[in-house]
Design a binder for this molecule. Structure first.
Ligand SMILES: [Fe+2]
Length: 237
């Protein structure tokens, strides 16, 4: 299992090199424009709660790893509320007709956000606790890179508007404890799990596939931010 965790760490470093993160660090671009991709991520962010509730969580359970996963799902199943709050505070909460909102959420430019959800459902549906841990670890790894970048922008926004963000800010980064495997005792347990050759190969493949869909999703966010100019006025609180 340790080799799988090492691969996740390697892929995380590669993920951190994606152009979206350079774009978000580029202070020559307006801070809100650097977060202009947020609506494009809505499908994924809003569905994340249900991934936790309906796919990752299994109750009751006698499996110690599943028990840990269950605990994790209660932490991560309501963060979408903070996303809605941030959309308001960042003034990205524009009005749309219901039909237009549906077209946007199921449209071409947001298709990789949906595809990411479908793949996460696929890999967690009737999965073993180990497979679920891998999904959680990859999600946390990509989330950690993403929120580290957004949190810096939120600091700039707060100075200007005095409106604190939560989903995209340090607040979120701080409650995500980093790794489920960092939870007491579990790291040692996971590291010492011996996977069969077949299971290890499947785990490697799962990690690769997950990073591929996260990368497609992240690349689309950049395309969206670069092609959707936001209104630049931002009201002070
Ligand atoms: Fe979260």
């Amino acid at each position: 299992m340790q080799e799988v965790l090492t691969l996740i760490e390697q892929k995380k470093q590669e993920y951190a090199q994606l152009p979206l993160f350079n774009f978000m660090r580029d202070k020559t671009i307006n801070h809100r424009q650097r977060l202009a991709w947020a609506p494009c991520a809505a499908h994924f962010i809003m569905n994340f709660a249900e991934l936790n509730k309906y796919f990752l969580r299994v109750e009751p359970t006698n499996d110690p790893i599943q028990r840990l996963i269950n605990k994790h799902t209660y932490e991560d199943d309501h963060h979408w509320l903070w996303f809605l709050e941030d959309m308001k505070n960042l003034e990205l909460d524009k009005s749309l007709k219901f039909s237009e909102a549906l077209k946007f959420l199921w449209g071409e430019e947001t298709k990789n956000a949906r595809w990411l959800n479908y793949q996460l459902y696929r890999y967690t549906s009737q999965a073993t606790p180990i497979q679920k841990i891998i999904v959680i670890e990859v999600t946390e790894a990509t989330g950690n890179i993403m929120f580290s970048a957004t949190a810096e922008i939120c600091k700039e926004v707060k100075v200007i508007t005095e409106k604190p963000c939560r989903y995209f800010a340090d607040f979120h980064l701080d409650v995500e404890t980093g790794h489920i495997t960092g939870a007491s005792g579990i790291e040692g347990i996971l590291q010492h799990i011996q996977l069969s050759e077949v299971t290890r190969q499947e785990a490697f493949e799962l990690v690769e596939n997950l990073f591929t869909v996260f990368t497609q999703f992240t690349s689309d966010l950049l395309v969206y931010a670069e092609t959707h100019e936001i209104e630049q006025k931002l009201k002070a609180a």
